[in-house]
Design a protein around this ligand. Structure first.
Ligand code: AMP
Length: 279
């Protein structure tokens, strides 16, 4: 596995590989890698002749400075995991390399960027869009892989790349879960034991919502799930929303095909998100 930290170096290397006719798959990450990330890497290796993974903890997408400070950083094990998978290139730029100057770009994704994560994490998607665009412009992959775990992010990135006519195919990958149902996340290692034990409740409530969706309206399902969290002694619900799986606009009345439930929960200091397709 080749490791690059300079933009010019990786660009030159990838240019040569493309000239040799290789197709390029790209998996952007913030590191602290787990099976969820690796499932994306495996998919890219399957689909492409060259797989590039980036690890960059993007400071401008953190709306909470403590979250940035406490974000797990495990470069040594990450490198080993990627090597074992057969990753071709690891790109680990510094913050100065990605942001040599003050960042001023502003993206407007309309309502898509204002609901759910957009409402509770102001500026978050602007930071995501800026870094993803820069990384895609550096790497110029044929395909880029993103997880449904961050469903709204995926929707934003699809709009970003379509609007900018970027010649990349965005590949949507399913959520990888622990055996007890908890969606894998780099932040899970920060859960203290009793929170980790409580956290599978999030997925079991999503499954319950899926069941309730057969019988009840969106508002009814929302209030039943919200009620269950009110009675929970450890987990604090931030939002539980049923929204259209394409537009991400809130759903009212009867739940229809491709509506999804989206949830954000605080387990102590750690904020967890998850989602499920209802019908
Ligand atoms: P992150 O390092 O959290 O920025 O995530 C990098 C990529 O991995 C994003 O496209 C995420 O959606 C994806 N990802 C993170 N966790 C999971 C998971 N449990 N299952 C599938 N994809 C995931």
């Amino acid at each position: 596995m080749k490791i690059f930290d300079r933009i010019t170096d990786i660009q030159e290397y990838v240019r040569q590989e493309k000239l040799a006719g290789k197709t390029v798959g790209f998996v952007p990450t913030m590191g602290a890698l787990h099976e969820g990330h690796l499932s994306l890497v495996r998919r890219s290796i399957q689909d492409n002749q060259l797989t590039i993974v980036s690890i960059f903890v993007n400071p401008i997408q953190f709306n909470n400075p403590d979250d940035l400070k406490n974000y797990p950083r495990t470069l040594e094990t990450d490198t080993e995991l990627l090597q074992n998978e057969g990753t071709d290139i690891l790109f680990i730029p510094t913050v100065d390399e990605i942001y040599p100057e003050e960042v001023t770009e502003k993206y407007d994704f309309g309502e898509l960027g204002l609901v759910m994560e957009g409402a509770f994490r102001p500026g978050h998607f602007n930071g995501v869009a800026i870094v993803v665009r820069r990384l895609l412009e550096i790497v110029k992959p044929d395909k880029a892989y993103f997880g449904e775990k961050d469903y709204q992010q995926l929707a934003i990135i699809k709009v970003l790349t379509e609007k900018a006519n970027m010649p990349v195919k965005i590949i949507q990958c399913p959520i990888s879960r622990e055996l007890d149902g908890l969606a894998r996340s780099s932040r899970n290692v920060r859960l203290e034991q009793r929170m980790r034990e409580a956290a599978p409740f999030i997925y079991s409530e999503l499954l319950r919502a899926q069941d309730l969706a057969k019988e009840f309206t969106a508002e009814e399902v929302e209030s039943k799930i919200q009620e269950a969290f009110k009675n929970h002694e450890l987990l604090k619900l931030e939002y539980f929303t049923i929204a259209d799986g394409e537009t991400l606009m809130p759903v009212t009345g009867q739940i229809k095909t491709n509506d999804h439930a989206f949830i954000a929960v605080f387990a102590g200091e750690v904020r967890l998100i998850d989602n499920i397709r209802l019908i």
